[in-house]
Design a binder for this molecule. Sequence first.
Ligand SMILES: [Zn+2]
Ligand SMILES: [Zn+2]
Length: 139
Amino acid sequence: MPKRPPRFKYTHKPARPRQPDLRPSAADRGYDHHHAAWRRQVLLNHPVCRRCEAGGRIIPSTIAHHVQPVTCHPELKLDITNGVGVCNACHNTIHRVPGEVERFAQAWAAGPMKGTHYETTAERRPSHHFETSDAGKAV
Ligand SMILES: [Zn+2]
Ligand SMILES: [Zn+2]
């Protein structure tokens, strides 16, 4: 009798367990229902990412960003005018690139970002963003 051919056994290692979140809880970090209401209103006021918009791209905003950081201006924490809607990629860039929080705040204070010279540098431009100026072009 021929032997049964070997079967493929799926022997992957179990996924690495998630690191415990050592940060204080969302409630302890101040994200309460007041913050939820602030965030909702900011996103209603800024349905598209203002940072992408400044670069000619239309991306829905998903995050309410504090223009003046709460660490410096706790009194502006729930100020609607201190909130701006941005997309996740832009928000990551704003907080990870050194000096970007300040640069963004200055551009925002200078007036509506659209038409200002605020531009993300090409190498830092998130790859998922597309150029709306090309999208509507007649061929
Ligand atoms: Zn964006
Ligand atoms: Zn932010």
